[in-house]
Design a protein around this ligand. Sequence first.
Ligand code: HEM
Length: 474
Amino acid sequence: PVKPPVVFHYFPFFGSTVMYGMDPYKFFSDCQEKYGEVFTFVMLGRNMTAALGPKGNDFVFNGKLSEVSAEDAYAHLTVPVFGEGVVYDVPNHVLMEQKKFMKFGLTTENFRSYVPLIVDQVEDYIKKSKFFKGAKGSVPLSEIIPELTIFTAARTLQGKEIRDALDGSFAKLYHHLDSGFTPMNFLFPWFPFPQNNRRDHAQRTMAQFYMDKIEKRRANEKHDDDQERSDMMWNLMNRSYKDGRKVPDKEVAHMMIALLMAGQHTSMATITWMLLHVAAQPKLVAQILAEQKRVFGDELAPLSYEKLVLECTFLGQIIRETLRMHPPLHSILRKVKSPMHVDGTNWVIPKGHYLLAAPGVSSMDQKYFKDPNSFNPSRWDGQKAEEETEKFDFGFGLISKGAASPYLPFGAGRHRCIGEQFANVQLMTIMATFVRNFDMQRPGGGSDVPAPDYSSMIALPTPPCTIEWVRRDP
Ligand code: HEM
């Protein structure tokens, strides 16, 4: 059997590590031009086979269970952070059950209650932040958005106790845990980085924190807080696997950590890019405000889930367009478990290779999106948002159709994101609250946005990501 073409490189082992690491998208499009949609590059001794374009997306996302494994690609990075017994530390069929459990905690009723909670967090943050004093000013988004994201996600998905703890000891723990979630940890899993000890200590301490809360909740028949009885932790505490086994408290705790980590970086990057793009085109800010007034009235009645998600279509398109240009996960990985034939070629990808999908390549390709480098939310006019959403029911072995799409910021198939709707609620509520409070522009009215920085696990805009704001009349 013939292998796909290998990207030319001077040094064995190192291969294309630096080119890929510095700007994966530039590297991918250069290779695509030279080698086509499927090619192999060497990264620190690993053979990475990229499959680009809509067909490549489908090939990777819908690879058979016997052919591809996500856990073999991700476990060394995620297991020390999330903890044992969940996500990539268990066989795929267990992950499918766990995803279903997590999904059950994301009901419409919950989303409805999250909107005012998120508004409260944002308003409170603005009131207390040193960057929002007076009638106008400027703010480095790279400093505030990570906090705003975790506060809003914690208050909703994790509950009041965890959110409050983030003002104290939990904040440091979270940062220590997060410091173990880096490309270095991914590339050199065997290397004893000094921060690994802090990461492991933080994981154990946080897990214990959740387990204590769970125990307290189980002991407390009455429940002081009504919301407690429907939140994510409550939901996970009361689930059983198909074989009848109750979900152990430790797994509940580890799933709670996984949810916190999965949503944090992805949402944070998206909110930052979104604010930068609208600030770079202030007419978009005006359009979002006009839509808020049309949907909620000139007096801007409080945000509500239904109106936000169903009627604020322009705001939805702003999010879609942001994710088209900046899908936070630029590389989706699988490890090849048995040789995979590439349709329409005589190529076979050998066992042991990593398979890589980069839906961001097709969503920035002019073949599929006209004028791909311009941020134009109106390109989505009249298109329904959730084609792929929810088609996959986490049934076992069931494969979604329609992964051969150029636009897949949330992935597809059995590993598809379960957090899309939550992210939408979070992003829409934060954005609407900002626009209701402020007019925004880039420094000096500039129309540029910062270049992407790929040195973390995700595609972030290069700090400080400053925007200038002017408070609207009360
Ligand atoms: C999976 C993107 C927010 C939880 C994924 C995948 C992508 C993705 C691309 C597929 C990964 C793969 O196939 O290897 C995003 C984006 C987000 C976002 C762009 C925000 C804008 C969230 C949030 C949560 C979450 C808020 C939790 C509430 C998950 C989970 C998986 C997942 C549990 C499943 C992993 C698996 O089955 O292997 N996400 N995500 N995500 N995401 Fe998200």
